[in-house]
Design a protein around this ligand. Structure first.
Ligand code: RIB
Length: 290
């Protein structure tokens, strides 16, 4: 079985569904509210677990009721939470999310305890792959990657200022189109593999700048894209560690992201392995090189 360590964030998502996203300074009313477990680290840990991997999550939450709500899906799925620190004073991270009827979203994150995840919690246990994102301190990601011997995957989200060193420790960098534009040529500083997602238009995988796989995304009815990138990241990592060829791995990851966009909230819509395999079979014709 594939063993994965995720170093990353845990949030509670406060999600307002609204007809359209507000412009700066504008109030939009008529929304419906829901609370979902979230955070890129937690979402990716859950996605990898549902796809069949053994998963350890290294994270930090607050000593509050929100923490239990935020960790509930991970506990139910059997993600190992024994490396999750509980900070005595900082609150559990919270994300305020607006989701438009088109599925697009705006997210504001209050990191709380996520910012306290420090290198002292590391090195990570041995595993086939390490997955990190940028909602915890970059120094923590660097420390985790420095001691790790398997595949190091860094999802460079959300886009933010980071040292070149961070790119250099990654075997696999994952970005969406906005992040790709933000980082530009610095993506070439990685060890080779770069996956770029283009929403409904699909995804590309390059190795040292050479295209090794490209696919359209299957057509789905989009409800909420929150967590779709997290599903993609986890699925691509699982697929590559399992030894799937690049084209198949990219289709597997795109399918996971597409399914994740069909339901409200990040974690409730993360597909399990059986659902994903069936979806791939049913939509085989819609995958093709873009
Ligand atoms: O990638 C989606 C996640 O980003 C949400 O669950 C939210 O918590 C933010 O961290």
């Amino acid at each position: 079985m594939t063993n994965i360590v995720v170093v990353g964030s845990v949030n509670l998502d406060l999600s307002a569904s609204v007809e359209r996203l507000p412009l700066p300074g504008e109030t939009v009313t008529g929304a419906t509210m829901a609370r979902f477990p979230g955070g890129k680290g937690a979402n990716q840990a859950l996605a990898a677990r549902r796809l069949g991997a053994n998963v350890i999550l290294i994270a930090a939450v607050g000593q509050d009721a929100i923490a239990e709500e935020a960790l509930a899906f991970l506990r139910d799925a059997g993600v190992d939470l024994s490396y999750c620190a509980v900070h005595p004073t900082l609150p559990t991270g919270v994300a305020m999310i607006c989701v438009a009827s088109s599925g697009e979203n705006h997210i504001v994150v209050a990191p709380g305890a996520n910012a306290s995840l420090v290198p002292e919690r590391l090195p990570p246990p041995a595993a086939d792959a390490l997955i990190c994102q940028l909602e915890v301190p970059a120094s923590t990601i660097l420390a985790a990657a420095a001691h790790f011997h398997g595949l190091v995957c860094i999802n460079l989200a959300p886009a933010r200022e980071v040292d070149d060193e961070l790119f250099a420790v990654a075997d696999l960098l994952i970005v969406n189109q906005t992040e790709s534009d933000w980082y530009g040529d610095r993506l070439d500083l990685g060890r080779g593999l770069v996956a770029t997602t283009y929403g409904a238009a699909g995804a590309r995988l390059t190795d040292h700048g050479r295209m090794v796989a490209e696919t359209r995304a299957p057509v789905v009815e989009v409800v909420d894209t929150t967590g779709a990138g997290d599903a993609f990241t986890a699925a691509l990592t699982v697929a590559l560690v399992e030894g799937m060829p690049p084209q198949r791995a990219l289709e597997f990851a795109c399918a996971a992201g597409s399914i994740a966009a069909t339901g409200r909230g990040a974690q409730p819509s993360m597909p399990d392995r059986v659902t994903l395999e069936r979806f791939l079979t049913a939509t085989a014709a819609s995958f093709s090189r873009a």
